[in-house]
Design a protein around this ligand. Structure first.
Ligand code: CUA
Length: 370
């Protein structure tokens, strides 16, 4: 079992687009064969998913438009504060050294009694006011840019609903429902592709934060918040729930998968399709329904229509289970079906007390839901 599945450090290197290779290929042999190879290469590249893990959990390595805006203003504020600190600390140090006690005679003499100096009073009131005014104006502009963005008309929209302790993910335009892993298309600085997140909560307050994509936004019951992302690099971005929401708050992990637009469309098409009917796991499907799993979970094309737990229509296509608590492999899924409280103590799925045969057949069935 792998714990901390979501929190692993960066591994692997980002795949380089083989553009240069493609061009040199054409230059050397402009034959039909070359063009065919190029087409195949492009197709292969479009369908491959970049599995680079982007796990930076701070604001200093932004890879998305709103995160960059926040990064720039944070540098301005930090630089301003650093200059103020240096000036104040410098004057203080100078005063401490220059006017320190000079022997016993110093105690007998009173320092010069100076009352009021217009120049000094102006010096310590006007510049601070100006600094605060500038920071207020810049901050107000940034809040406007972040909260009321001018998104392109064809911006994608994803509805994300926080549950204890997982994320429901809906793509209303495409009638796609999934959980915990949010796929969004890659943007480009010259041709923007923005994705708007509509954030809601089904129970308590949760917090959505993927630092390399945007700042934190709360998911509040009976209230809708929005945020947007415009990522500049493909890969898997990691984030966390940032508001204490219960026992498994720390394992309510977020994965945002940034795909090339082609790969994103391909993923949407795969998710829209009903999973192929596999006769060899018919018994598992029967057991799934018979054990009331469908009261909480939805599986497209079956009678399982529950909405309380994550949609499992394409469960096997996800990389993790339990909202990032463990890798989605056979061993972990078996443990989960035996007793979800082992991998995720305090999660709302109870131990279903499945018999060995039931467990084995349901396990085999769920593994086919690609
Ligand atoms: Cu959801 Cu913490």
């Amino acid at each position: 079992m792998e714990m901390n599945w979501n929190c692993g450090s960066r591994h692997g290197h980002e795949r380089q687009t083989p553009v240069r290779f493609r061009f040199s290929l054409i230059q050397r042999n402009r034959s039909i064969l070359g063009v065919a190879a190029l087409t195949l290469l492009t197709l292969a590249h479009a369908s491959a998913q970049d599995s680079t893990i982007r796990a930076v959990q701070n604001i200093f390595d932004p890879l998305s438009a709103p995160a960059e805006i926040l990064y720039r203003i944070s540098l301005l504020v930090l630089a301003t504060c650093a200059i103020i600190f240096l000036v104040v600390a410098g004057l203080l140090t100078y005063a401490i050294i220059r006017y320190r006690r000079k022997g016993g005679a110093d105690d007998l003499e009173e320092p010069p009694q100076v009352y009021g100096s217009a120049a000094i009073e102006l010096a310590w009131t006007v510049p601070p006011i100006l600094i605060v005014v500038v920071l207020v104006l810049v901050t107000a502009r940034t809040i406007g840019e972040i909260q009321k963005p001018k998104l392109p008309n064809d911006a994608e929209q994803v509805r994300i609903i926080g549950h204890r302790f997982w994320w429901e993910v809906r793509y209303p335009k495409y009638d796609v429902v999934t959980a915990d892993e949010i796929h969004v298309p890659l943007s480009d600085r010259s041709k923007r592709i923005a994705t708007e997140f509509v954030l809601e909560s089904a129970d308590v307050i949760h917090g959505f934060w993927v630092p390399q994509l945007n700042g934190k936004t709360m998911l509040v019951p009976n209230h809708t918040n929005t945020m947007w992302v415009e990522p500049y690099k493909t890969g898997i971005y990691l984030g966390n729930c940032t508001v204490l929401c219960g026992a498994q708050h720390a394992n309510m992990l977020i994965r945002v998968v940034v795909d090339t637009p082609e790969r994103y469309q391909q993923w949407l098409n795969e998710q829209k399709a009903t999973p192929a009917d596999d006769q060899s796991v018919e018994e598992g499907k029967r057991q799934f329904i018979a054990n009331s799993c469908g009261a909480c979970h939805d599986i497209g094309g079956t009678n399982a229509k529950g909405v309380f737990g994550p949609d499992l229509t394409h469960f096997a296509s996800r990389q993790t289970l339990g909202s990032g608590v463990a890798a989605n492999n056979e061993e972990n899924l078996r443990s989960w079906l035996q007793d979800p409280q082992v991998l995720k103590p305090g999660c709302l799925m109870p131990n279903m007390k499945l018999g060995d045969k039931q467990l084995q057949s349901i396990l085999a069935y769920l593994r086919t839901l690609k």
